[in-house]
Design a protein around this ligand. Structure first.
Ligand code: CP
Ligand code: NVA
Length: 310
């Protein structure tokens, strides 16, 4: 198998996602039974963080260690990157020494540039444009609770950010619909979202209309990392884009609520919703671990794509 990277959701096909979800289910089940699964002995993951993280850091590090591998965690401050070493030189050097790299950074072009000079698989741990590992976990969580997502409706309420863009790509790959509602001036940028143009999403000015009949309602912070200077302006602009009980009441009766976290209760979501019975945010966070183990296996052990899931 040739070298594969996971830089955006549409890097993989529907069939490959079916394989990943099935492997994640098998891996999670084994984990819950305290059975060892260590196919990555003597493999090393390097993680480069140019932004903060709780879930991505812990899930990749715990996952790699549980699979028998080792992890090197680098913040940009630790490396010569912060002193101007070209990203392509860093890529050439690091990827002669490790087996896989996970990067959390700013522009998508940085991770694309790194991967173009990499000898090993590169995983996007969040860029300004995309967060594919998050949506991998979110859809796995949806499947666990409700079965196939095909044909279902996801309502995205709030900022059309990296997580929103990734939902939109996922809708094209896995054939479901996304209803997006953002404040004026924050609408989806189709080109930046990397969409094929096969429209699986619809935009609504009124967030209540976007939520109508939804199978899943999801949101994210109003101000993403790197945009802190806009925080006060965004708090004013997004004030009516808070997921609350009233919004849930117009969705399907058994609607799920997701949030990639970290969350700001009282801003993009009320405490009543995120801590309420429709919310699956803790399963969603835990599933980062299981799906990323399946992803590491898929990228590092080529024959894993033909493994039986039973
Ligand atoms: N959802 C997510 O990626 O969380 P962290 O920023 O804590 O990694
Ligand atoms: N949109 C958020 C996601 C954090 C996991 C950000 O980029 O900060």
């Amino acid at each position: 198998m040739s070298l594969r990277h996971y830089l955006q959701f549409n890097d993989f096909t529907k069939e490959e996602y079916q394989h990943l979800f099935s492997r994640a289910h098998w891996i999670k089940d084994k984990f819950k039974r305290y059975e060892a699964f260590t196919p990555l002995q003597d493999r090393t993951l390097a993680m480069i963080f140019e932004k903060h993280s709780t879930r991505t850091r812990v899930s990749f590090e715990a996952g790699m260690l549980q699979m028998g591998g080792t992890v090197i965690n680098l913040s940009s401050r630790d490396t010569q990157l912060s002193r101007g070493e070209p990203i392509q030189d860093v890529a050439r050097v690091i990827t002669r020494m490790v087996d896989v790299v996970m990067i959390r950074t700013y522009e998508q072009t940085i991770i694309e540039n790194f991967s173009a000079h990499s000898r090993v698989p590169v995983i996007n741990g969040l860029t300004n444009e995309y967060h594919p590992c998050q949506i991998l976990a979110d859809i796995f969580t949806y499947i666990e609770h409700r079965g196939s997502i095909q044909g279902k409706t996801v309502a995205w309420i709030g900022d059309s950010n990296n997580v929103c863009n990734t939902w939109l790509q996922a809708a094209e790959v896995l054939d479901f619909n996304v209803h997006v509602s953002t404040p004026p001036g924050y609408e989806v940028e189709v080109e930046r979202a990397g969409l094929y143009g096969d429209k699986h999403f619809k935009e609504f000015q009124d967030p209540m209309k976007a939520a109508e009949g939804a199978d899943l309602i999801t949101t994210d912070v109003w101000t993403s990392m790197g945009m802190e200077a806009e925080n006060e302006e965004r708090k004013r602009d997004f004030a009516d884009w808070c997921v609350d009980r009233e919004m849930l009441s117009v969705a399907k009766k058994d609607v799920l609520f997701m949030h990639c976290l970290p969350a700001h209760r009282g801003e993009e979501v009320t405490a009543e919703v995120i801590d309420g019975p429709h919310s699956v945010v803790w399963d969603e966070a835990e599933n980062r671990l299981h799906v990323q183990k399946a992803l590491l296996e898929f990228l590092l052990i080529p024959q894993s794509s033909t493994h039986s899931s039973t």
